[in-house]
Design a protein around this ligand. Structure first.
Ligand code: NAD
Ligand code: UFG
Length: 337
């Protein structure tokens, strides 16, 4: 339809992408998803319809397929794109660096070419707190110098740089580089959430599987860090808050040109043991754990400075750790019904 505000969403069937599609629809946009389902399931689409009542246009294609992108952008005149598609496992990226560079950088390059060709010059990109250097003082600020410790991080660093260079070369471009901290939780409906393949690497999905008895106990990776109780501290953010930040970022990209990096976190850190306690309190489920050695590559404390997001986007996280735990549990519980 002529006045429909289409937004191309790469990786829209995934965890953060699917939640963002819900928020886009609530704010009057129409997402158009391209996802090759390499890390998500076709069921995402039916679930999104259940929540929103909308049949979201969906293309099961690889973002590196330029012809597919051209076909979609010809059909839907998009106001902007949100680029989620990519691989995201830090450990796997160390073992398979070329696959990570190929997929993550290939997607960014092909997308930039196709968007430029179709005169769609606004993009919101999924970057990560992993672009910050080890040992910098928290809270982490956007103007800090960057540096990565794994190939996944470098793909985010390099993609950010591509968008920055594009914005220098063409003053009509606008790129909002959102650096996510630790997204957890799920939509309040319990219909969509985080569903990693196999044994989860990340804390919250692991905790949820211990609580439902699928896994025996949580292994807490080290209790000798210089933190409140010795365990690692992270800035957890509810995925619905993060999704809303994308809608605000689209609005910002429509009003401004140039590239800007913005943290999306709460500014408040929680240790692993604080998360376990919050989960037990919010859900009434016991989470047995054992302290084991540190996980290689982990940092003591990763917390965002949330000020730039507040100043530029008017963003402030609404949900606290209790909501994050309750909602993650509701989704996990529904999955196993
Ligand atoms: P996800 O794996 O659930 O979603 C990514 C989606 O992209 C998946 O549906 C996958 O099938 C799709 N995809 C991957 N390669 C593709 C390709 N070549 N063509 C088409 N589709 C492709 O991950 P998520 O947690 O929703 O993360 C979304 C983005 O946010 C990723 O870029 C990730 O690196 C970034 N990010 C995530 C976190 C986190 O903790 N979840 C933190 C920081 C940044
Ligand atoms: N942890 C455990 N046991 C587990 C899993 C995690 O103790 O079974 C601890 C970790 O040591 C860390 C905290 O819980 O202290 C959070 O770990 P996650 O694996 O959930 O998250 P990370 O902070 O390690 O990594 C996340 C994303 C990455 C991203 C990074 C950026 O998963 O993609 O944030 O900071 F690069």
């Amino acid at each position: 339809m002529e006045n429909t505000k289409y937004v191309l969403v790469t990786g829209g069937a995934g965890f953060i992408g699917s939640h963002t599609c819900v928020e886009l629809i609530e704010s009057g946009y129409m997402p158009v998803i391209i996802d090759n389902l390499s890390n998500s399931k076709i069921e995402s689409l039916a679930r999104l319809k259940k929540i929103t009542g909308v049949d979201i246009p969906f293309y099961q294609e690889d973002v590196r397929n330029r012809e597919a992108l051209d076909m979609i952008l010809d059909k839907y005149p998009c106001v902007a794109a949100i680029h989620f598609a990519g691989y995201k496992a830090v450990g796997e990226s160390v073992a398979k660096p070329i696959e990570y560079y190929q997929n993550n950088l290939g997607c960014t390059l092909t997308l930039c070419e196709a968007l430029t060709a179709h005169n769609v010059k606004r993009v919101v990109f999924s970057s990560s707190a992993t672009v910050y250097r080890e040992g910098d003082e928290v809270p982490l600020k956007e103007e800090y110098e960057l540096g990565c410790t794994n190939p996944y991080g470098w793909t985010k660093y390099m993609s950010e740089q591509m968008f920055r260079d594009l914005c220098v070369a063409d003053k009509e471009w606008s790129a909002v580089l959102l650096r996510y901290f630790n997204p957890i939780g799920a939509h309040k409906s319990g219909i969509i959430g985080e569903e990693p393949n196999g044994i989860p690497n990340n804390l919250m999905p692991y905790v949820a599987k211990v609580a439902n008895g699928e896994l025996k106990e949580l292994r807490v990776f080290g209790n000798d860090y210089d933190t409140v109780d010795g365990t690692g501290v992270r800035d957890y953010i509810h995925v619905v808050d993060l999704a809303k930040a994308h809608v605000l970022a689209i609005g910002y990209a429509c009003e401004n040109t140039g590239a800007v990096a913005i943290n999306v976190g709460t500014g408040r850190g929680y240790s692993v043991l604080e998360v376990v306690a919050a989960f037990e309190k919010a859900t009434g489920q016991a989470v047995p754990y054992a302290i084991v050695d540190r996980r290689p590559g982990d940092l003591a404390e990763v917390v965002a400075s949330p000020e730039k997001a507040s100043a530029l986007l008017g963003f402030k996280a609404q949900y606290g750790i209790d909501d994050m735990c309750e909602d993650a549990w509701r989704f996990e519980h529904n999955l196993n019904k």
